[in-house]
Ligand binder design. Structure first.
Ligand code: UTP
Length: 288
């Protein structure tokens, strides 16, 4: 059973400057909800109750977002704004269900995950990168938790990417495939297309065994001189079951400007309140 999820939100978000100068990337909205809200909702749907945010300097608004907004709530109550109060209540989890740790330097995704080691302890855990927004029902993590109940071990969400884009991802050396699960025979971080073992990429959803923390403790630097989660996971291959899940759904890379705009359109089109207006605008303005 997976009951804890780590959300590494310590990155600098340089691809989204200037917006991320003062607003954490994870707080950028898709339609009207911050990316982090989608990620937390996906974890809740998967049965996870304990959230660990690995934050950094300048990310205090994340903590405020999930806190009680006393004055705002009182004002909405006084004005009888029931709909708005219901929307606000979605941002609140029971006290103690969110823990925060600081990543003191942006030393890489592996380092961010390692910062949560004392809270995670000796149990399997999920990792969610909020900037990978996966549109699908059930959510990607719920699909993974269901698959984990069958195969155990380590599980990563996998997606085919254009071959020329392998340098932006952790890439899987695929082993045997059964249905939507592929054995992971190897992992390499950001290989050049010529060196890539496949075009099967790891996206921002993981279920990992606690042994990965001991490997991360060694602090070995990899691609970009960062402590890479991919390198630590690679050391578990052959020692524990390790699978990639071809999840159902559409992934939007919201750490990328175009990906973020596309996600806004895709999510807006699904919504009853704003969907019709957005669709009408697109229909009228896109060249036939
Ligand atoms: P990215 O590779 O997207 O890096 O991190 P970034 O700093 O957030 O953004 P850019 O590339 O500068 O625009 C992938 C995920 O890993 C987290 C990020 O917050 C994001 O969720 N991360 C990355 C950390 O938490 N700490 C790090 O040191 C690096």
């Amino acid at each position: 059973m997976i009951d804890i999820a780590v959300f590494p939100v310590g990155g600098m978000g340089t691809r989204f400057l200037p917006a991320t100068k003062a607003v954490p990337k994870e707080m950028l909205p898709v339609v009207d909800r911050p990316l982090l809200q989608y990620a937390v909702d996906e974890a809740l749907e998967a049965g996870i109750r304990q959230m660990v945010f690995v934050t950094a300097r300048g990310k205090a608004s994340l903590e405020d977002y999930f806190d009680v907004a006393g004055e705002l709530t009182a004002m909405l109550k006084a004005r009888g704004k029931e709909a708005e109060l219901a929307v606000l209540s979605q941002t609140q989890l029971p006290p103690g269900d969110i823990a925060y740790v600081r990543q003191q330097e942006p030393a890489g995704l592996g380092h961010a995950v390692w910062c949560a080691r004392h809270i995670v302890g000796n149990r399997p855990f999920a990792v969610i990168l909020p900037d990978d927004l996966v549109q699908g029902k059930p959510g990607c993590l719920k699909q993974m938790v269901d698959a984990y109940a069958r195969v155990g071990g380590n599980l990563i969400a996998a997606e085919r990417v254009p071959h020329e884009r392998t340098g932006s991802y952790g890439i899987i050396t695929p082993g045997a495939t059964a249905g939507n699960l592929t054995e992971v025979a190897g992992l390499v971080e950001k290989p050049k297309p010529a060196d890539a073992p496949s075009n099967l990429a790891v996206i921002g959803r993981y279920i990992l065994q606690p042994e990965v923390m001991a490997i991360l403790s060694e602090g070995k630097r990899g691609a970009g001189n960062e402590i890479q989660l991919t390198d630590a996971m690679a050391q578990l291959i052959g020692k524990q079951p390790f699978h990639g899940l071809a999840f159902e759904g559409v992934r939007h890379d919201c750490g990328d400007k175009a990906g973020h705009v596309i996600a806004n359109i895709a999510y807006a089109l699904e919504r009853a309140d704003v969907g019709p207006a957005v669709r009408a605008w697109l229909t009228a303005n896109l060249p036939k």
